[in-house]
Each structure stands twice: as C-alpha cells, then as structure tokens.
Design a protein around this ligand. Sequence first.
Ligand code: NAP
Length: 233
Amino acid sequence: MSSRLLLFGGSGRMGQEIISLLGQNSDQWTLAVSLGREDSLDNVAPESIDMVIDFSSAQVFPEILNWSHNNRKPMVSGTTGLSEKDMALLAKAARDIPLLWAPNMSLGIAMVAEMMESFAKLTDFDFQVEEFHHRHKMDSPSGTALFLQEELVKAVSSEKSKKQSSPVPQPLSVRGGGIFGVHRVFAMSENEVITLEHQALGRGVFAQGALKAAEWLKDKGPGQYSMRDVLRS
Ligand SMILES: NC(=O)c1ccc[n+]([C@@H]2O[C@H](COP(=O)([O-])OP(=O)(O)OC[C@H]3O[C@@H](n4cnc5c(N)ncnc54)[C@H](OP(=O)(O)O)[C@@H]3O)[C@@H](O)[C@H]2O)c1
C-alpha cells in the first residue's frame, strides 16, 4: 500500500518538482495534502497522513515541525535558512519522531562531505567553500555551503592540521541567473590545488533525494538523520 504524504510548500518550485515525481512513484506515494501560504494545517486530519515532506521557508518551518511532532509523523525537510533556535527545536522533536533535515537533498553533496574527510590528512593547506545560485535564492551563504563549511571545519580540525593550516574563512556566495546550485571546496597549498565540485543540473535531483530520504525514513525510529545516513545505508 502506498504511503500518504503531506507536502508542505507544495505550490513552490521544489513542491512542484516533487509533485511531478509522485506520478512515477504512485505505488509508493499518494499525495494526500499539498499546502501553500494560503492554506492552514488546522484543516489537515492527522490520521490521513503517514509522512511529511517540507520545502517551505524558515519563517513557517516551526509550524510544520510542531505539527509533525505533536502528531508523531515522520518528517523530511529541505527548508534552509533555519536559525539556531529552529535547529534546537528540530533536535528536540527528533527525540520523539524520525526526522531527516538536509540543506541539500542530493546524494552527490553527501558524497562530497564523505570525500572531504580525507582532507584531514593534508597539512599546510588553506581551504575555501564557494557557492553559486540563481538570483531568487533568499539565503546567503546557501544552507549547503554552511553544511559543507561545518563538515570541512570538522575534517581539518585535528591538532596536526590545525597547527599547520590557517582557519577556514567564511564561504563565498555568488547570486545570478538561473543556476540551480554549484558548490566547490578548495584545498590549496603553495604547490597544488584540489577542487571538489558538485553541480546540481536541475531541481529534480533534490526532489528525487527527498523522496528517497522519505522512503528510507519510513521504517526508522525516532532520531535526527542526514543524507549521509541514507548514502551509507
Ligand atoms: N534541501 C534542498 O536540497 C533544497 C533544494 C532547493 C531548495 N531548498 C529550500 O527549500 C525551500 C523552498 O524552496 P523553493 O525554491 O521551492 O521556494 P519557493 O518556490 O519560494 O516555495 C516556497 C513554498 O513555501 C510556501 N510558503 C512560503 N512562506 C510561507 C508561509 N509563511 N506560510 C505558508 N507557506 C509558505 C510557499 O507558498 P506560496 O506558493 O503560497 O507562497 C511555497 O509553497 C527554501 O528554503 C529553499 O532554500 C532546499
């Protein structure tokens, strides 16, 4: 039997991309409810929902998180620009429900994060994260750039690499045109440059990742999960 989905942000660019994919996955998913700015969660019957997917905005994120938490529904969220307070709420809710939040739903970015772990072996290198996005993107640096920055800092924070490399500067952001998302991580020494680059060629990669994450989350217990967990499974 297919699982019934509540799509929060269904009228948005990502929401529409997910809706177009659902048709190809109708044995696994049924779109039970799709909500935009004009709609209210008060009218949603919790018993008609098995899974929540959220691609909305940071302003409204606490609403859908609380709804999922109060009704004990597993939730996948790709909403970016979240505050520290939102992240704390997310961690709290994850004690009671399965929750996967990822600022980038592509398995490729999860792979870049895995690959960056080997940067721990480098000494006397400087590091930099850079990102390019379309002109409509609200948050800057992108959530993905912040995620990569965090993973990079973790990777190169061993005592040995800390002593020999300079601190990692803030990510560089460029906004323009219709770029879906380009992220680069540079490791630079006097003699060589290593570049890891990920390009999203369309929104479909994020929508596919979100559905894959939701499928993976279906049989998980409470906890906060990431796309790296999906990649590793
Ligand atoms: N994790 C990833 O892989 C990934 C990839 C792409 C984007 N994102 C993030 O996903 C989010 C959505 O991106 P998008 O490009 O789809 O944005 P979008 O086109 O602006 O869509 C936003 C959606 O959220 C709804 N919304 C916004 N404010 C709301 C409010 N106050 N109350 C209720 N609903 C509200 C909008 O409803 P209306 O249409 O009625 O305004 C729309 O359905 C952003 O945070 C973006 O950065 C994440």
